[in-house]
Design a protein. Sequence first.
Length: 259
Amino acid sequence: LWERGRAARVDAGLVGGRERKEGLVERHEPCLVEAGESILTPEGEDRIIDYDGESLTGRGLHLGRRWRWPDGAFRESRVADRVIVIPYDPEWARRFAELGRRLRAALGDAALRIDHIGSTAVVGLAAKPIIDVQISVASFEPIDAYRLSLERLGYVFRAENPERTKRYFREPPGERRTHIHVRRAGSWAEQFSLLFRDYLRTHPEDAARYADVKRALARKHGEDRVGYTNAKTPFIWSVMMSADLWSQEVGWTPGPSDA
């Protein structure tokens, strides 16, 4: 069993494990298993790893983007673009802390802020197990001021991203899914993400309602990530109306950078 998406132990036929070689002996250590990954079984069947609220189940031993089977063969896996919402995991905060330290060391003063945003940044909120990071910069140009540093860490620039209020990067190939959003400091888009996060952090009842909405939409649009995102929009804007009023009442400003 993989409680809350984390490996408890590795047994033959169960998902998990990172290969480590000691001489001629192969050993496998537990590691995080991401929901939504599909695999090619020895029989050629494409099997999705499903999250049932308590455990993740599957077959094979996880090696990043590859799988080792009891017959000793290594077979490539591929990621299914499914929408799976799971209970809050404290590991998300620890993952961001490590990402933040590496990003700060690489970017230095080019990053005016490095923040954990999105649902995984709200304690107690159910979410897709994807870390969203917002990097605030003085200007998008010259792009090499931050792009080169991110690419040296392995992040992949997505030039085709249609959202022109940000520059978008994804995780290094073979690593856990991570979204890097580079936005202009002080811009509406940058402030939107921070206000939405801070409001949910301080209004648990609205956060719980948001979790319920996401679970329902994940069941309805599990195979359609775009449809899932679009369906969340009305609720997000209803929350932002309340967040705007709250920000005026308390004189909200973003706190210190997370990294």
